[in-house]
Design a protein around this ligand. Structure first.
Ligand code: ACM
Ligand code: ZN
Length: 521
């Protein structure tokens, strides 16, 4: 099972799932039973007959139990005997997580959709008590560098479900494309969602695809994804990048930049000097309007405002930005970014929302309610944030950036990473909300490439997010991964071959010069 549960007690015997198996469940769990059916009923002729009272033979029971508060909101108990399967939890989310364990205990064929078979599946007798180590177990998907179809997003969410992950961070805007339709500013997608070409191969190369690239999500698309995620207990966190990584927005609204120049949506990756002008009110007006529409679409309490990689050159040269600094008594250009962050954070707060941003937004006077996504360096500032009550989600780039190839970031390196920083006093550990994998898509144009990059490393991050540190063991994880691979094959995932995901150090050393070259798959 991945992620490994907190406590497992192995017993003798097995429960046999066949055409006589019945199901009893609390009324409130109807939707979850329907969900379970997708995996179980569709793959067999069996129809789980629903019974209105608990049976102690040949019965699967799903029940809420108010006495299980020690399992918190996401934990569950799963007791499998030769007579019955009993899944209990404090609330439906716990039952849902327990279902994923039950699903992994069923044979991999149970994932196959075939209506003909009459089945006789054995589930080993086992008792599981389980709850997550961290409450944030996320995946970020960049849809700017390459637009991703709704079905790809749902596919990714399906695997998050299997791994008990619960946050989908949707990186919707960047230099290479603005991908969310905003009613008040149609140019953002009319202009900002299309680019003329795309760099391919590698950073230092000179090749382009020779084809335009476009795509954006309508209000209905977003609602569809949010609903799909909600049904699976996944929170969707939207990200609107500011003040940097804004080329696509500025191409749509040149008046928002310091130089007001006409730009094209970026066709290559990088860090661009054209950022939103912090001197003029028009910038804040548009961004606040955008965030209002975003808030109306996403029920999430948290809104991500990016804030990474912000070159300040334009601000130094801009009369309006300089004027802003004088008026606000800002003496360092760096602090103009702090002004920007604080202003957006207080706007979001006024709307009842919590701001999140990459760790570059940190400064001494930041509102400690702002959540920091820690991707690089800056340990001192991050520790201060935590010690002053702030929360952090860990996405360290050498470990959790799934766009890196396996030479740079082998599976073992991702798995063995401990997200709680060394030296952090125990009393602050709850401020580490959890872990998040990132899928940047500069070099990921296809679903095949995406799956190769993401799997199996995502499972390593899922286990770190869910399982207690003492329960983790790499050798054991690899064994469980081999076992899981049959299920992945049936689900049609093109994960990186398990023999390739841990290249030897010697191999890595010799190939490091190719570290940013992606093999053909
Ligand atoms: C980032 O990777 N620029 C957050
Ligand atoms: Zn300016």
């Amino acid at each position: 099972m991945i992620p490994i549960p907190e406590k497992i007690l192995y017993k003798d015997g097995s429960f046999v799932f066949n055409s006589k198996t019945q199901i009893y469940f609390d009324e409130e769990l109807q939707d979850l039973v329907d969900f379970f059916s997708v995996f179980i009923l569709n793959s067999s002729k069996n129809i789980l007959e629903r019974v209105s009272s608990k049976k102690d033979k040949e019965c699967i029971i799903f029940e809420l139990d108010p006495t299980l508060s020690h399992l918190e909101s996401e934990g569950y108990l799963l007791n499998i005997t030769s007579d019955f399967v009993l899944l209990t939890a404090l609330n439906p989310q716990g039952i849902f997580n327990g279902l994923q364990s039950l699903r992994q205990l069923l044979p991999p064929e149970s994932e196959e959709y075939s209506f003909e078979k009459d089945v006789r599946w054995k589930i080993p007798c086992i008792e599981i008590e389980d709850k997550p180590r961290f409450k944030w177990r996320g995946v970020m998907l960049d849809v700017s560098r390459h637009y991703q179809e709704i079905k790809t997003i749902k596919h990714l969410l399906d695997f998050m479900v299997l791994m008990k992950m619960n946050v989908f961070h949707w990186h919707l805007t960047d230099d290479q494309g603005w991908r969310i339709d905003i009613e008040k500013y149609p140019n953002l997608t009319e202009i900002g969602s299309r680019r003329k070409d795309t760099k391919i191969g590698r950073h230092l190369g000179k090749k382009y695809r020779g084809k335009s690239h476009q795509g954006f999500y309508t209000m209905e698309d977003i609602q569809e994804v949010v609903r799909y995620a909600q049904e699976r207990f996944i929170t969707v966190i939207p990200e609107i990048e500011m003040p940097g990584h804004a080329t696509a927005a500025i191409a749509s609204h040149p008046e928002l930049s310091c130089k007001k120049e006409i730009l094209d949506v970026a066709i290559k990756p990088g860090i661009f000097s054209n950022i939103f002008c912090a001197g003029q009110e028009e910038t804040f007006r548009l961004l606040e309007d955008v965030l209002e529409e975003v808030i109306s679409l996403f029920p999430s309490e948290i809104i991500h405002i990016g804030g990474d990689e912000v070159p300040k050159r334009r601000w130094k040269e801009c009369d309006q930005c300089q004027e802003r600094m004088r008026k606000e008594n800002i003496d360092e250009i760096q602090s103009l970014h702090h002004y920007f962050t604080d202003r957006m954070a207080s706007f979001l707060k006024s709307k009842g929302k919590t701001t999140m941003g990459w760790n570059e937004i940190l400064h001494n006077k930041i509102d400690r309610n702002v959540i920091i996504q820690w991707w690089k360096m800056n340990k001192k500032q991050v520790m201060t944030h935590i010690q002053e009550g702030g929360n952090v989600v860990v996405s360290r780039f050498f470990r959790y950036y799934l766009d890196y190839n396996y030479i740079v970031t082998p599976l073992r390196k991702t798995y063995t990473f401990e997200p709680v920083p060394k030296g952090l006093d125990k009393k602050y550990h709850p401020n580490i909300l959890g872990v998040e994998a990132t899928i940047w898509t500069e070099w990921i144009p296809t679903i095949e490439r995406l799956e190769w990059q993401v799997f199996p490393r995502l499972f390593a991050i899922a286990e770190t997010g869910w399982s207690r540190r003492e329960r983790k063991n790499y050798k054991d994880f690899r064994k469980r991964l081999s076992h899981l691979s049959k299920r992945l094959d049936i689900l049609g995932v093109q994960y990186a071959p398990l023999e390739d995901v841990d290249p030897s150090n010697c191999y890595r050393f010799w190939h490091l010069r190719n570290a940013f070259k992606w093999p053909k798959i």
